[in-house]
Design a protein around this ligand. Structure first.
Ligand code: ZN
Length: 136
């Protein structure tokens, strides 16, 4: 189950318990909720890893899950919102690790592995399931 589904289920539960919430006006747009999801994960991991990304951008790309620019901007594929939460986190950790090592050297992978010991499993998941993820 993707993180968005978990959030959705949690909110549905809240609405059942607190019916007054159901009348809350102006649901945030889907794109805002996606942005909040990615920004929250970036905030979480950049705090833990001690890095400071400059800006978080969401993109709809066919081939890239994420990227990191020399200037410290990190970009993520919106389609990741449909991936399991730990896979989304792996991509966030991967891009933030580029703020330490702007390459795919052994040192880079050691940083990724330190924060995401299951990184190989998540990479395999991305390879095997990319067809399932559609850019919203
Ligand atoms: Zn990379």
């Amino acid at each position: 189950m993707g993180l968005l589904d978990e959030v959705r289920e949690f909110l549905a539960g809240l609405r059942r318990e607190l019916p007054e919430l159901a009348e809350a006006p102006a649901r945030p747009r889907r794109s805002d909720r996606l942005r909040e999801l990615f920004e929250a994960r970036v905030r979480h991991w950049s705090g833990a890893m001690g890095v400071s990304p400059r800006r978080v951008c969401l993109k709809s790309q066919r081939t890239l899950w994420g990227s990191c620019s020399e200037r410290g901007n990190v970009n993520f594929n919106r389609a990741l919102a449909g991936a399991p939460a730990e896979v989304l986190d792996y991509v966030v950790i991967h891009e933030l690790a580029h703020l330490r090592e702007m390459n795919h050297s052994h040192r880079f992978w050691a940083v990724v592995e330190a924060w995401c010991p299951d990184q190989k499993r998540h990479r395999r998941w991305l390879r095997e399931n990319s067809e399932l993820l559609r850019c919203p």
